[in-house]
Design a protein around this ligand. Structure first.
Ligand SMILES: C[S@@+](CC[C@H](N)C(=O)[O-])C[C@H]1O[C@@H](n2cnc3c(N)ncnc32)[C@H](O)[C@@H]1O
Length: 406
């Protein structure tokens, strides 16, 4: 219980003063965001609000909440299978437990157990006893990309995540490195890398490729804040090369489609590269060419103005990255070609939670890691590249690392 007398120190050892200070900080941060509506102020307000929540949490209970938290994503995943989010969103009004369970012929008691958690985390709302209505999170979960995020991280990653501590004990806590000898191979009893293993599992390739489409979340695309015209387009010379941009390992081509639609009047070829089975499923677009390739073999497109790599080098160790970069470097024209890397740059202090968690997902899936600025400089420098500039994004999203041949 909180006792708010002026001269006392209570509530789990938290004194009244910092509590007051935190409320003031939340109010100020909320005010700043209301005026500016910018991403940095929104994140500062969110962080202040989260700190305030921590004050009300008893440490002992916080441990329970943390340890039990996987049950939340598990129930969201079950609810996707039960069609709870789509049923509630389509009906757009109160739906009884009986009706929700009937969608997939599920047991009533079991369905209620799922809904109890969903109501607790705001993924549905309770309209009445055993009658539910949709929330903004119910509707969000009908989004194709949000569904793929849960499926990829839960279905494909969770079995490995559960084995990571055991794997690290076994390897004496060395920082893992190398695409074929990590926690995924240990947990799934395979010698294949993620990229070879995923297509062997029914349904996984589509989930994986769709997750890649979703990997920016709500964070603004680089096309909205990076000066593409000044840094890339203005220096394009058709006499030098007719290729404006190569999206290296661009998945099914979502980033290139976005680029084309924003710069539809700009001359120059746009080329999507990826593994043959991924390119085979890529979006067809009259202005985008598809090329099957392997990161570890010679780069087939020579002398392009821009080589763009989003979330590629974070899949690979420094040693593997150097090999990838050496093939790329051999194809680039010094003084003309640019390398544009879109990746997280981890802060040395007070790193945002999303990239910090993403770093562990990299260990789970690829036995690799996100990098700090000095780690990026080291790997690029050792592969013959110089960094022109680290471009910081608005908010906590990926940076752009602009680089060229030394
Ligand atoms: C993390 S995803 C990033 C996809 C896309 N750039 C994006 O950000 O949405 C990594 C991509 O690398 C591709 N890839 C993996 N190994 C490869 C290889 N050896 N050669 C070419 N592409 C590869 C995968 O198929 C996948 O599309």
């Amino acid at each position: 219980m909180f006792i708010m007398s002026s001269n006392s120190c209570h509530a789990n050892g938290v004194s009244q003063k910092p509590f007051d200070g935190l409320i003031r900080q939340v109010a100020q941060a909320a005010d700043a965001f209301q005026h500016s509506q910018n991403e940095a102020d929104r994140l500062a307000a969110l962080q202040a609000a989260q700190k305030l929540v921590e004050v009300f949490q008893k440490p002992q209970d916080a441990v329970y909440n943390l340890a039990y938290s996987p049950t939340q994503v598990m129930c969201v995943r079950i609810a996707m299978d039960l069609g709870i989010f789509s049923t509630l969103s389509e009906r757009n009004g109160p739906v009884t437990l009986e009706d929700l369970a009937a969608t997939k012929g599920a047991d009533l008691v079991l369905t209620e157990r799922v809904l109890r958690i969903l109501a607790g985390i705001g993924y549905v709302a309770e309209h009445d006893v055993r009658v539910y209505i949709p929330t903004k999170m119910t509707r969000q979960m009908t989004d194709r990309l949000s569904g793929a995020v849960v499926r990829f991280i839960f279905d494909i990653g969770m079995p490995t995540l559960a084995k990571v501590p055991e794997f690290l004990r076994m390897t004496n806590f060395r920082n893992p490195s190398g695409a074929q000898n990590g926690a995924l191979q240990y947990a799934e009893k395979t010698e294949m890398s993620l990229w070879d293993w995923v297509p062997t599992k029914p349904g996984f390739l589509d989930v994986c490729n769709t997750f890649m489409e979703a990997d920016r979340g709500s964070r603004p695309s680089w096309l909205e804040w990076f000066p593409v015209k000044e840094r890339i387009i203005d220096g394009f010379k058709e006499g030098e090369s007719n290729v404006l941009l190569v999206d290296i390992a661009g998945g099914r081509g979502h980033d290139l489609v976005a680029f084309q639609s924003k710069f539809s009047e700009v001359p120059g070829r746009l080329i999507l590269e990826d593994l043959p089975h991924v390119v085979a499923e890529a979006t067809q677009h009259p202005k985008i060419e598809h090329v099957s390739f392997d990161l570890f073999k010679a780069q087939p497109i020579q002398g392009a103005r821009t080589y763009y790599m989003k979330f590629i080098l974070h899949d690979w160790s420094d040693e593997e990255s150097r090999l990838i970069l050496s093939h790329l470097g051999a194809a680039m024209k010094k003084g003309y070609s640019k390398l544009i890397i879109e990746e997280f740059v981890l802060a040395d202090k007070e790193c945002a939670m999303l990239p910090a968690m993403w770093d562990w997902e990299m260990l789970i899936f690829c036995n690799s890691m996100e990098r700090t600025a000095s780690q990026w400089m080291k790997v690029l420098d050792s592969a013959g590249f110089k960094i022109v500039k680290f471009w910081a994004p608005p908010g906590d999203g990926q940076s752009i690392i602009e680089a060229e041949l030394k």
